[in-house]
Design a protein around this ligand. Structure first.
Ligand code: NAI
Length: 388
């Protein structure tokens, strides 16, 4: 069975992007929101995006009309009754999502897949609101959904094999790269990426370097497109801090994910980043960007420390069967544009380098945060690599 009719619930940032992706792929989409203003905004935003694509020569006017004609904007949930697949992208609140899911189930056919785009709630808890929880799955897009190649597909423990397979196939048909992830906090990307921010903040808090020097180190030595502080300012310090806090508490306060006071204070002060005009950097019109301390030795230290913590997180995700090695690496290159997959990077650096660096940090701090993944240690002992 191929998915033809798609219902998208919530016409905000994510829902409108998901609707565009499905409509571009040729599905008939109904985009539902309780607020008519949200639907008007989604419609106008799509028009603008498609016009820009025409200007860039990516699509022509007939393609624009085809995509627009594939989307209907509706204001009752019942309108989604003929969907083969629904994807929910409403407010991140379990009670509200559960209420919507259970109402939706009374309108759709028995074989309709009911998916959630949640970033932080467990798919099992959302699925539990359904009479047929086996039809529920996580389909997690990245922002902006039409541009970001990666989609994490997350089966709950209740999800049937058929629903998982059809969801994966559908998302591939929509020309996205799928990474299948276990239903655990942060799935792949939001878990594995934590040290990019957390270790950078820690390095700053220890007074080893300032924001701009840390950013410069990660960009110049690691080839990251943005440094961690630039990226936090881009995402929004409030949003990024909340993800960190949620991951930390969801992991029963594993010190590895401990949030940083610096980020909390920046959030509390309203220094949210680009959107508030000020974050770690000043975005006002005449602001002068500070210069990094271009010390190559220091940059190497900073880069090595952040990289090895990222590798450790990726290795531990593999160790705990969160996803396959290929999916973990794809997730980071396609979901957050890392220059290389972290496991491939570990191979390049060597297992011995990874284990020694982590043990050095652990010996210095004696904090659980720096514990080396048993998988890295075992692979080093066995002389194995992730991909060769
Ligand atoms: P948003 O605030 O931009 O949009 C949410 C929309 O849902 C609003 O238009 C609102 O009117 C509507 N809504 C709220 N309650 C509703 C209900 N009961 N029925 C129908 N519509 C309702 O939120 P955003 O950023 O699009 O996030 C939506 C979901 O996607 C959340 O679960 C979030 O965690 C997840 N997500 C967000 C990402 C992001 O970068 N913004 C990335 C990946 C996932």
């Amino acid at each position: 069975m191929a998915i033809k009719n798609v219902g998208v619930i919530g016409g905000g940032t994510m829902g409108s992007g998901i609707a565009q992706v499905a409509a571009t792929a040729g599905c008939k989409v109904k985009l539902f929101d309780t607020k008519n203003e949200a639907l008007d905004k989604a419609k106008a935003a799509l028009d603008k995006i498609l016009n820009r694509l025409i200007e860039k020569g990516r699509i022509d006017a007939s393609e624009k009309s085809r995509i627009q004609d594939n989307i209907q904007y509706v204001n009752t949930l019942k309108d989604l009754g003929d969907s083969d697949l629904t994807i929910e992208a409403i407010i991140e609140n379990l009670d509200i999502k559960q209420a919507v899911f259970s109402e939706l189930e009374s309108y759709v056919s028995d074989d309709c897949i009911i998916a959630s785009n949640t970033s932080s709630l467990s798919i099992a808890s959302i699925a539990s609101s359904l009479k047929k929880p086996e039809r529920c799955v996580g389909i997690h897009f990245f922002n902006p959904a039409p541009l970001m190649k990666l989609v994490e597909v997350i089966p709950a423990i209740q999800t049937s094999k058929e629903v998982l397979n059809l969801s994966v196939q559908t998302i591939k048909d929509w020309k996205k790269v799928v990474a299948v992830a276990k239903d655990t906090p942060g799935f792949i990307v939001n878990r594995v990426a934590r040290p990019f921010y957390g270790e950078a903040l820690r390095i700053y808090e220890e007074g080893l370097a300032d924001f701009v020097t840390i950013d410069w180190a990660l960009k110049s030595k690691g080839g990251f497109r943005m440094g961690p502080f630039e990226l936090m300012d881009f995402i929004g310090n409030d949003v990024n801090y909340t993800v960190t806090e949620t991951v930390f508490s969801s992991f029963y306060f594993d010190p590895r994910y401990k949030p940083a006071f610096t980020q909390k204070r920046f959030s509390e002060a309203g220094y949210l980043g680009r959107k508030s005009g000020r974050g770690y950097y000043d975005y006002s019109e005449n602001a002068v960007k500070p210069s990094p301390k271009e010390d190559s030795e220091l940059a190497n230290q900073i880069f090595d420390r952040v990289l090895v913590m990222l590798i450790n997180e990726a290795a531990d995700a593999l160790f705990l069967n969160i996803a396959s090695a290929e999916d973990i690496d794809n997730a980071m290159t396609k979901g957050v544009n890392y220059p290389k997959g972290l496991l491939a990077w570990a191979d390049e650096k060597s297992m011995d380098w990874c284990v020694s660096k982590l043990d050095e940090l652990y010996d210095l701090y004696h904090e659980d945060r720096y514990r080396c993944s048993p998988l890295l240690r075992r692979m080093n002992q066995d002389g194995r690599n992730f991909f060769s």
